[in-house]
Design a protein around this ligand. Sequence first.
Ligand code: F6R
Length: 369
Amino acid sequence: EKGGFDSFMEKEIFDQPAAVADTLLGRSDAFGRLTLDELRITPEELASVTKIVVLACGTSAYGGSVAKYAIENWCRIPVEVELSHEFRYRDPIVDSNTLVVSISQSGETMDTLMAVRYAKEQGAKTLSICNTNGSTIPRESDAVLYTHAGPEIAVASTKAFLAQITATYLLGLYLGQLRGNLFSGQIKDILADLGKIPAKIQDILDRAEDIKELARSMKDTESVLFLGRHVGYPVAMEGALKLKEIAYIHAEGFAAGELKHGPIALIEQDKPVFVVVPSPRGRDSLHSKVVSNIQEVRARGAKTLVIAEEGDESVREFAEFVFYVPETPVLLMPLLATVPLQLFACELATAKGLDVDQPRNLAKSVTVE
Ligand code: F6R
């Protein structure tokens, strides 16, 4: 059942090309028009939305944080991302023009369910992005967009995360189409780039041994930091979460720009620091800022572990280790850059002899508040 892999987690990491491809399947026509007919919410209702609030917990919330960059960029609608359990206790402002998008792999997370119920009571429209057919959150929501990652067995979420990002991107493109923010040619181009993601993930998986070897060499590490900017920031957070939950290693993700506001004090000789570097082809300042962040931590003794785009030679001289991911538009980079970090956590936990699929103190669905 593990298909020859040591753990369900590893199998599910390797299932990711299919998870993304299946989530894209059948959701656009030959003209590159999004056809999200299954949504159960009218195009008119969606077009009238003035604000989006994304509610989720854990990894799913990082999926929401990634989506914010894309949806705001494509649709010019403000997107707030909030942890479900924080949302409910602060008297949030939502009304009938607010689209509340909940993201949940299981569809049973109590904190998210309660937040969705609360938002509904306030008159918001609710849309569930969910991986589990017929689960409670999609049943109680006005609309649903299923991720088609297939059942996720390992406690640590991997393929559901990439499928969630894919689904929120489809939603963003659909909103952009309905509201006229995106031309059909733009949508077609973005869909074509999304369509190339599964093969690019496969290319990363084919080189898994490079990152696994690094992970094994670091099995006695006590603490790892993760830095990212823009969409690389939630990727860094997710990389840190994976390491905490399955390898029981202290890990923290930071926005790279925050370094000098405090976290840089943590850097000491040989401190491992992963840095997610955006494409040099994107907004120029973004790339060079992150490269200078690598230099800053390196100058203070950090062991710099860099995830960068193929062809980006500028990082080499400041990096102890580089893992290259294939070229893709900046907004799609999380679908690639996350994968080596998942492999790293999985292999490191395996090397420590831990039960990767059933980490201590954690449950697959958190059905209590
Ligand atoms: C992390 C992880 C958790 C879940 C969180 C939300 O690997 O599995 O952080 O992402 O408990 O669960 P869902 O998505 O089922 O609502």
